[in-house]
Design a protein around this ligand. Structure first.
Ligand code: F6R
Length: 608
């Protein structure tokens, strides 16, 4: 939540800061701003509203300078407004601060600062940082920041700029992500790689409690005591084009259409010479895993849905007792752990605050943690004992799509791995499954080829105010995911239900106004699903069914059919979710919603 950028070098400062901010807009978009040192003075320009309003403001006034910071905000403390937009400054406008995260003790700090005659302009927690730096500054900005962070509680990433030391940006990370782009006679700072990738592929991922002094031609990293640390530079493999929309109207649509490639990439990285390979970040040995008797999966939102699918897979294939919980619940309950428990954290961003807290809870109880994460080097991956990366490439649309299908595939592969270790499957059986997995990319393409028909159906229902999504078994979490996709980007109410539960209450909602989207593909509960759909039909419900090709039984019951190719039940969520993603996309787009940046949301939820 919130995006931070910084630049020092000789390129046009406003265009570098703005173009970097555009790449981070997914992290927050209720206000934005920049601070640049111009002719020895701090110049701050900020604006409430989407980044376009800041861009328009900046197009009217030219700012010259070679060092600056910027921010795009997702409000936590203080409503979105010009005053609350970052950068925040001290009383004399000598220190500008941009911040991602929450200062939990800001209220006490602010009261004390006010008593000491500091004048506040905003209602943010961030402004206390600028005033504390003002008090702590004694001719050394690095020192002032180190002294300031000692007083802060919470999790945060900050960047600080001051005309007193106009040759540098100071950055500090504690709990919220920060990376440094290492350039040639220029350097950059950002919350995420997309903001710097068009300038450099050489990245330093800052760790917690590290301070960086970023100058035009040097970068120095210090620990919280001010001791210098060695630099670790990573090379990013992906191309800048992967963060452009290309021919697509929205990132979400592009990312839905990338799924055949994402699945193909995972297959070629994970199945090598008919053996599973989870890469260097997977550090468990077979012995440790063979002792596992229980698994607890914890995640949020779409990642939780993938975890729920994982429960069906792990129990059915590897025969391991598996619980799945929403991280914000998991972290505050007091679970009873029996036997050898493995905790799995699933996260696209690798920064989700609740999932991270759940991971830390598990580690505090000395449990092993495996994470499935998309963003390389993110906090969740660094704090886990082992990580399986999702290789989905950057996901920019706020609604998660390609990360979800690669989460399911990687969990499925991990399940096969465990099943082999625990002698539940023979090599031959696993090889047969590999062959089926390899058919997935082409089968996904078949679904994508049906895009126009799905759009047509979305058009028919675009004015409906309520939707019910039904699934059973391993496709029940897919129904939850279909409902989540629709509500988050179209703002239409949608609920996902296990179809067998309908008659215990929700059947009362069925009438001719409420479309029911049902997953009715081949499975061990297929006939049961048909019975449930008959119950809906008998109450004049309108049924849109996801069915396998030429399924005459479903055709007789449903009003609209979206056909998908047959795959085995365990892999069916990967295929069945795609029409639901497209349905949600088109319905939202037809209603003029900002699909990639739905209201009130942000891509990376780094606050509780
Ligand atoms: C929905 C969506 C969210 C995320 C959730 C967890 O489309 O994207 O529900 O899945 O905020 O985020 P990660 O996976 O980054 O931990």
């Amino acid at each position: 939540m919130c995006g931070i950028v910084g630049y020092i070098g000789s390129k046009d400062i406003t265009s570098v800061l703005l173009s970097s901010l555009w790449k981070l807009e997914y992290r927050g978009y209720d206000s934005s701003g920049i601070a640049v040192i111009e002719n020895g003075e701090l110049k701050v320009v900020k604006s409430v509203g989407k980044l376009m309003t800041l861009q328009e403001k900046l197009s009217k006034e030219r700012i010259e300078g070679s060092v600056g910071i910027g921010h795009t905000r997702w409000a936590t403390h203080g409503e979105p407004s010009d005053h609350n937009a970052h950068p925040q400054t001290d009383c004399n406008e000598k220190f500008a601060v941009v911040h991602n995260g929450i200062i939990e003790n800001y209220y006490t700090l602010k009261e004390k600062l006010i008593k000491r005659k500091h004048i506040f302009q905003s209602t943010t927690d961030t402004e206390v940082i600028a005033h504390l730096i003002e008090e702590n500054y004694n001719g050394d900005l690095k020192d002032a920041v180190l002294r300031t962070v000692k007083k802060l509680e919470g999790s945060y990433a900050i960047a600080v700029l001051s005309p007193y030391e106009d040759d540098k940006i100071i950055a500090y990370r504690k709990g919220s992500p920060l990376i440094i782009g290492v350039g040639n006679n220029e350097n950059l700072l950002a919350s995420d790689i997309p903001a710097v990738i068009s300038h450099t592929k050489n990245i330093i991922i800052m760790e917690d409690d590290e301070l960086a002094v970023i100058k035009r031609d040097t970068i120095e990293i210090f620990n919280q005591k001010g001791e210098k640390k060695p630099l670790k530079i990573n090379k990013i493999e992906w191309e800048p084009e992967s963060i452009e929309k290309g021919e697509f109207k929205h990132f979400m649509l592009k990312e839905i259409f990338e799924q055949p490639e994402v699945i193909r990439r995972n297959i070629s990285l994970r199945i090598v010479d008919n053996k599973l390979n989870f890469g260097d970040s997977f550090r468990f040995n077979k012995k440790e895993l063979s002792n596992i008797t229980n698994i607890v999966i914890q995640a949020c939102g779409t990642s939780w849905h993938a975890g729920y699918i994982g429960k069906y897979l792990l129990e059915d294939i590897a025969r391991i007792n598996t619980e799945v919980d929403i991280s914000s619940e998991f972290r505050y309950r007091n679970p009873v752990y029996g036997g050898e428990t493995l905790v799995i954290a699933i996260s696209q961003s690798g920064e989700t605050a609740d999932t991270l807290a759940g991971l830390r809870e598990a580690k505090a109880k000395f449990l092993k943690v495996l994470s499935f994460v998309n963003v390389m080097g993110s906090t969740i991956s660094r704090e886990s004992d082992s990580t399986i990366y999702l290789n989905a490439g950057p996901e920019i649309g706020v609604a998660s799509t390609k990360a979800f299908t690669s989460q399911i595939l990687n969990i499925y592969l991990f399940t096969l791995y465990l099943a082999r270790i625990k002698w539940r499957l023979e090599d031959e059986e696993i090889n047969e499954k590999f062959a089926l997995i390899k058919e997935l990319p082409d089968k996904i393409k078949v679904v994508l080829n049906n895009n126009e028909r799905i759009k047509e159906i979305a058009g028919i229902f675009k004015d409906k105010k309520n939707f019910i999504f039904l699934g059973r078994g391993i496709n029940y979490p897919v129904a939850l995911e279909g409902a989540l996709k629709l509500k988050e980007i179209s703002y239409v109410h949608a609920t996902g239900y296990p179809a067998g539960e309908l008659k215990h209450g929700p059947l009362a909602l069925i009438d001719k106004e409420t479309p029911v989207i049902a997953i009715a593909t081949s499975s061990n509960v297929y006939e049961k699903m048909l019975n449930n759909l008959e119950e809906v039909k008998a109450r004049n419900g309108i049924i849109i069914a996801i069915s396998n090709m030429n399924d005459e039984k479903v055709k007789k019951i449903a009003d609209y059919i979206i056909e998908v190719p047959y795959v085995i039940e365990h892999l069916s969520p990967i295929i069945n979710v795609i029409p639901l993603q497209l349905f949600a996309y088109h319905l939202a787009d037809m209603n003029g919603r900002d699909v990639d940046k739905p209201r009130n949301l942000a891509k990376s939820v780094t606050v509780e």
